[in-house]
Design a binder for this molecule. Structure first.
Ligand code: SF4
Length: 440
């Protein structure tokens, strides 16, 4: 006799244990197979969940860690909060990290030294490749001139390239200001303001090297090396504050590089200097040699800083000899764009004029310059006259004091305000146009 196996449906598994609260009589009731209800979220459970979340986030972040370190400097508070979110830490930790980065009394150069935050968080940040973004200058190459001007040389910190860039600290005022109202047609002008005490100006670089190749500039001779990050720019200011044990009062983007060619990082750095380091927007000056369409883009960021346009000549032909890139940007258009910048931002534009003997220093050129600026800006025009500082291997000559004063007198006679930038840091190659990123 053949034995028929029971239909599969009739094969019964051992009865499942029913939940005591099950209202159903069927012993196969699915209640028995349901997972037990989650325990009520006690404080202990909640703590475990946060811990698990933190561990998962840390594992996740470790997986994402890249070879390139992520600087905390120059992150906005929002970005900083996002960066810390993965560690599921309370909101006040963001403030503590911010204080450890910027507060002069509490700031540190290393995440490991951020004692305001717990050790576990410091370790997690370090493990995930976070650094403060603080970089020490090369001691062997940094110098302090007898007039107090200090030059610092840094090496780029992305671990891939090792280019140099420089920052200069200039204590007290670097120029005397002449007022056209006190000047006269006889070529004299009266200094109305001398030293301003307690100022520390930071002249910072936005790039290592520079692509613009201005004929008088040591940086231009190097050619372009690389853009600096916002953290590298902000670090220059903080390093100068630490070295001088004094708050920086003014920042000028007149070191190495053309800021408009690294606009995103420069804008980020300006916002950080303003909002986090506490330097007034109006105490920040950005200098540009003129990049087509860049001024309009820069104006859209609605920053309060001053724009300084490096003009160096009153006409297109002379300008092209000094600034090779000027051939792509007619001088009339540059003046028009400067006017538009003023209209858009309400911030005045000043003009930089490096005085080169026999090239752009005649009284005739001063008058042409004065007339052009007066036409465009009325009595609000201002020229910063910078007598050229010697750079080895560059074939220019610094004009004599007499020529400089005649030039300024002619500008004053046209009703244009001007100041002569007093040379600072000459002996340590820290003066305008002398920055070449020398390592020693
Ligand atoms: S003067 Fe300024 S823009 Fe010209 S080469 Fe030097 S750093 Fe570059």
């Amino acid at each position: 006799m053949r034995y028929r196996s029971p239909p599969s449906s009739s094969v019964r598994s051992p009865p499942a244990r029913r939940s005591p609260s099950c209202p159903h009589r069927d012993e196969l009731c699915r209640c028995a197979q349901r997972p037990p209800p989650p325990p009520t979220a006690t404080k202990k459970v909640k703590k475990q969940q946060v811990l698990a979340l933190t561990n998962a986030a840390v594992r996740d972040a470790r997986g994402m860690a890249t070879a390139r370190a992520q600087a905390l400097l120059a992150l906005t508070k929002h970005e900083l909060a996002n960066a810390l979110q993965r560690y599921a830490v309370p909101r006040y930790r963001v403030e503590q990290v911010h204080t450890s980065l910027y507060n002069p009394k509490a700031r540190v150069e290393d995440v490991a030294h951020m004692t305001l935050i717990p050790l576990a968080l410091r370790e997690a940040l370090i493990g995930d490749g976070y650094v403060t973004g603080r970089v020490k200058p090369l001691e062997s190459a940094s110098t302090l001139a007898s007039d107090g001007t200090g030059k610092m040389v840094f090496v780029t910190g992305d671990g891939l390239k090792t280019n140099t860039y420089e920052a200069v600290g200039i204590p007290d005022a670097s120029c005397f200001v002449a007022d056209s109202s006190s000047g006269g047609r006889d070529g004299n002008f009266t200094s109305v303001r001398g030293w301003e005490k307690n100022r520390l100006t930071a002249c910072v670089s936005s790039q290592s090297g520079c692509a613009m190749k201005c004929s008088f500039c040591a940086t231009g001779k190097l050619g372009f090396k690389q853009n600096l990050s916002a953290a590298e720019i902000v670090n220059q200011v903080l390093a100068l504050e630490d070295a001088y044990a004094k708050r920086v009062s003014n920042v000028v983007f007149m070191g190495m590089g053309e800021p408009m060619l690294n606009m995103n990082e420069v804008v980020k750095a300006i916002r950080t200097l303003n909002e986090d380091v506490g330097i007034g927007g109006r105490s920040i000056t950005v200098s540009t040699v003129g990049i087509p369409n860049a001024m309009a883009k820069f104006a859209k960021h609605k920053l309060q800083c001053t724009l300084a346009v490096s003009l160096h000549a009153p006409d297109q032909v002379t300008r092209e000899k000094i600034v090779p890139s000027a051939k792509y940007y007619p001088i009339e258009q540059l003046i028009e764009d400067s006017k538009s910048y003023f209209k858009e931002t309400g911030r005045r534009v000043t003009f930089e004029y490096t005085l080169l003997a026999g090239v752009n220093d005649s009284v005739y050129q001063a008058r042409s310059l004065g007339r052009m600026l007066k036409r465009a800006f009325g009595s609000g025009a201002h020229v910063n006259v910078i007598p050229w500082n010697n750079v080895d291997g560059i074939n220019h000559t610094r004009p004599s004091g007499n020529v400089i004063h005649k030039f300024c007198g002619a500008l004053a006679a046209e009703g244009v305000n001007q100041s002569i930038r007093r040379t600072r840091g000459l002996e340590s190659n820290a003066a305008c146009g002398q920055l070449a990123g020398q390592r020693a």
